[in-house]
Every structure is written in structure tokens, then in C-alpha cells.
Design a protein. Structure first.
Length: 50
């Protein structure tokens, strides 16, 4: 992704820069919110009696 940003900045492709920034934001949200939430729900369901 760093190479993409450098190439986009070099050639003034601001839409690619914006896309990459949004992609980074999305990845961070997945790592910090969605993945831990899925793990927590899975652990809860393991403990819940059927």
C-alpha cells in the first residue's frame, strides 16, 4: 500500500490516495472492532447452554 500511495502522489492521482486512506481506515476498523467482536460472540456462544 505504501508503494501505491507513493505512485499515486507522484502522478497526482488524488482519487487513489483517498481510496487507499479509506481502505486503511476500513482495515483498522476490522482489526479493532469487528474481529474482537466476532471472537467475543464466539466465546459467549461456547459458554451458552443449548
Amino acid at each position: 500500500m505504501d508503494e501505491l500511495m507513493l505512485a499515486a502522489a507522484k502522478d497526482d492521482h488524488f482519487e487513489i490516495i483517498a481510496f487507499e486512506q479509506e481502505l486503511q481506515r476500513h482495515a483498522k476498523t476490522e482489526e479493532e472492532v469487528f474481529f474482537p467482536t466476532a471472537i467475543l460472540i464466539g466465546e459467549y456462544l461456547k459458554l451458552k447452554p443449548l
